[in-house]
Design a protein around this ligand. Structure first.
Ligand code: SAM
Ligand code: SF4
Length: 472
């Protein structure tokens, strides 16, 4: 069932296959790697050629230098906060047949479902009662999931409240829309529009997305962010499904995409995600020739950190706790927590474990939000539910202007401490509350900003007396 969209004669192709292939295969040049690391530490975005130099580094000592630089850049640009969110699957009907996905149409064993309004409200209340403030709504690709339907679900998410609980930012991961469609979802107040190209390599793309399906149209997807930005959605999130093709090529393509957006719209992507392919209903991972090892995964995250210093990096719960533990310090700024993928599963808690015929893929880190928060706090990362930039209009191009040295420390760190304290008061287990409060105290001792500190102290006192939603 093909949906109506123009297979754009005006499609923009910014993926130069020959160039990316050549760059992805080049050999190591030690001096060049060190030059590029030095440039990245000045918080300058890297070119394709510079990113390729980092990708070519194979000697252990150079890789260690890249890791050290990524750690440092994360500290300087993002501070030690980690933004938390939850995915909420709205429906898994799908007209496509992506070979890696548990929702693909040819899988007869997949149980199909779309949340109705009442079920959606119950899911949101469950998430709010756990302490979530930021959601990403996820949809299969189907005529039922029209822009109007998506907008309706976004509106429900914003308007559903439970006690002190509310959702303050709703992002979406949905099939590519037309400019008009993007305007409709923008009007409903979406934060980030996220979509993954899956693979930027055209031949591989054709293998995984069979002809005759909507998703087979590589350019309709490749140009989705251009249409979103034209429609006024100024936070867009890119991604690759790692494991379909050569990881070095895909990292370069993500950079090519970022540079294209920067050139055309004067704004880079708000976030980049790097999901690795996971077991799914009807998917045998052994058949994948390009599976990314943990060691390669670590390198690709660190290199992305250095290449796009002001773009948020999202590591999803596809990764295990062990991998998340290891990789988080290389520049990750957002993670999902307490993740459940089965449609309706936040409210239907009695079900034990994952049932792959009801879900898109297997989750690697099934820990509850409270446990993830405690883990972060024990590692001295400040969990943040901040949604301030979006609500103060600091998005897209404006966000880039603000992403200057000092901005993050002046706004993001205080907002992280305020939203974290709110969480600790309203939702944390006693154990998490104790660890969290000790961290807030320590952070306040470290926090040196003459102008903001007194205001922050006052606001923290207000939060501890029961006030909500205070931010800079
Ligand atoms: N249906 C829309 C689409 O394809 O863009 C939106 C959401 S889809 C449910 C979200 C993402 O999940 C896909 O873009 C894909 O990268 C990822 N995904 C699909 N199958 C996966 C698997 N087996 N393991 C890990 N991620 C997977
Ligand atoms: Fe459908 Fe998205 Fe899964 Fe492809 S990845 S089958 S479009 S839900």
């Amino acid at each position: 069932m093909l949906m109506e969209h123009t297979i754009a004669p005006d499609a923009v192709d910014f993926i130069d296959d020959e160039l990316l292939t050549r760059l992805a295969r080049q050999g190591e040049d030690k001096a060049r790697v060190r030059e590029v690391i030095a440039k990245s530490l000045e918080k300058k975005a890297l070119s394709l050629e510079e990113t390729a130099a980092l990708l070519a580094a194979e000697s252990p000592e150079l890789i260690e230098e890249i890791f050290a630089a990524a750690r440092r850049l994360k500290r300087d640009v993002y501070g030690n906060r980690i933004v938390l969110f939850a995915p909420l699957y709205i429906g898994n009907y799908c007209v496509n047949d992506c070979k890696y996905c548990g929702f693909r149409r040819s899988l007869r064993s997949t149980v199909r479902r779309t949340l109705n309004d009442e079920e959606l409200v119950r899911e949101i209340i469950e998430l709010e009662n756990l302490g979530h403030k930021r959601l990403i709504l996820v949809y299969g690709e189907h005529p039922n999931y029209s822009p109007e339907f998506i907008a309706h679900t976004v509106e429900i998410a914003y308007s559903t409240k439970s006690g002190p609980g509310e959702i303050r930012r709703v992002n979406i991961n949905a099939a590519p829309l037309s400019v008009e469609g993007f305007k409709t979802v923008k009007k409903a107040g979406i934060g980030t529009y996220q979509i993954f190209q899956e693979t930027y390599h055209r031949k591989t793309y054709a293998v995984y997305h069979p002809e005759g399906t909507d998703k087979a149209d590589y350019f309709w997807r490749l140009n989705a962010m251009d249409r979103a930005l034209q429609a006024g959605c100024d936070d867009v999130g890119l991604g690759v499904l790692f494991g379909l093709y050569d990881w070095k090529y895909e990292v370069l393509a993500l950079i090519a995409h970022s540079l294209h957006l920067q050139r055309q719209f004067n704004v880079g992507p708000h976030t980049i995600s790097f999901p690795r392919i996971q077991p799914a209903n009807g998917l045998a991972l052994e058949d994948l020739p390009y599976r990314v090892t943990d060691a390669q995964f670590k390198r690709l995250v660190a290199i992305l950190r250095l290449a796009v210093p002001y773009t948020g990096l999202i590591m999803t719960a596809r990764e295990s706790k062990a991998v998340r533990d290891d990789v988080i310090e290389f520049g990750v700024s957002q993670i999902d927590a307490g993740t459940r993928l089965e449609i309706g599963s936040y409210q239907e808690k009695d079900k034990q474990g994952q049932q792959l015929n009801r879900e898109q893929f297997q989750v690697g880190d099934p820990r509850e939000l409270d446990e993830v928060i405690r883990w972060l706090a024990e590692r001295e990362y400040v969990p943040s539910f901040c949604t301030s930039c979006y609500r103060k209009g600091r998005t897209g191009e404006h966000f880039m202007e603000f992403a200057i040295p000092g901005f993050i420390h002046n706004f993001c760190t205080p907002n992280a401490l305020l939203t974290f304290s709110e969480y600790l008061n309203d939702y944390a287990s006693p154990q998490t509350k104790a660890v969290g409060e000790a961290l807030v105290k320590k952070e306040m001792q470290r926090y040196q900003n003459e102008k903001i500190k007194p205001q922050l102290i006052t606001r923290l006192e207000q939060v501890n007396k029961g006030e909500h939603d205070l931010y800079f």
